[in-house]
Design a protein around this ligand. Structure first.
Ligand code: GAR
Length: 208
């Protein structure tokens, strides 16, 4: 049984989708903790209701990124994490922290990477005249919003879309893609060759 620790900063809807899929699909894993850097993160309520251990680690109480990340790692390791899932965790991570969880820490980003790293992805996709947008699940590497791509979900950009309407369309797909990708990871179905991730059951598992 693998231990999954999920890091959130806010709403936690992707975390919720992963918790539900893990239970409903009988993954060989459990979500052993949800950790937030914000005490008011809405997702903490759902996690507590599910009986999942929660922790709040407020980054404002630390003198440096290194100090925060060291304590975060201590907490994560305290839950014996095999896999670390970033689900709307809005923190830039230090290289040392990323290295500690290399190959077993994943993130979801609301764009078709490598396009639109960083913030305001939906507004930037609309302003660029993109006809397609989406989200990406990737292994976390030291460079922000980079790292081997595990899965991507694609949606159309429609006439009249606002960042909110496009974001909602993308988020709905994230809720399908992210659990599927994390499930594949904990079942050992992902392969990586030369920085490219493939799925033991075929590429259709990685594209929505
Ligand atoms: C999601 O759309 C996720 O892709 C994005 O934050 C949202 C979190 O929603 N992540 C990033 O922007 C990370 N760079 P949630 O808290 O409801 O899962």
């Amino acid at each position: 049984m693998k231990n999954i620790v999920i890091l959130i900063s806010g709403r936690g809807s992707n975390m919720e989708a992963i918790v539900r899929a893990c239970a409903d699909e009988g993954w060989p894993a459990q979500v052993s903790a949800v950790i937030s850097n914000r005490a008011d993160a809405q997702g903490l309520t759902f996690a507590r209701e599910q009986g999942i251990a929660t922790a709040v680690l407020d980054h404002k109480g630390f003198v440096s990124r290194e100090a925060f990340d060291a304590e975060l790692a201590r907490r994560i390791d305290g839950f014996a994490a095999d896999v670390v899932v970033l689900a709307g965790f809005m923190r830039i991570l230090t290289d040392g922290f990323v290295a500690r969880y290399e190959g077993r820490m994943v993130n979801v980003h609301p764009s078709l990477l490598p396009a639109f790293t960083g913030l305001n992805t939906h507004r930037r996709a609309i302003e660029a005249g993109c006809k397609l947008a989406g989200a990406t699940v990737h292994f976390v590497t030291p460079t922000l919003d980079h790292g081997p791509i595990i899965a991507q979900a694609v949606v159309p950009v429609l006439a009249g879309d606002t960042p909110e309407t496009l974001g909602a369309r993308v988020l709905e797909r994230e809720h399908v893609m992210y659990p599927r990708a994390v499930g594949s990871l904990v079942r050992g179905e992902l392969r990586m060759v030369g920085g490219v991730v493939t799925h033991a059951l075929g590429e259709s598992q990685l594209l929505l």
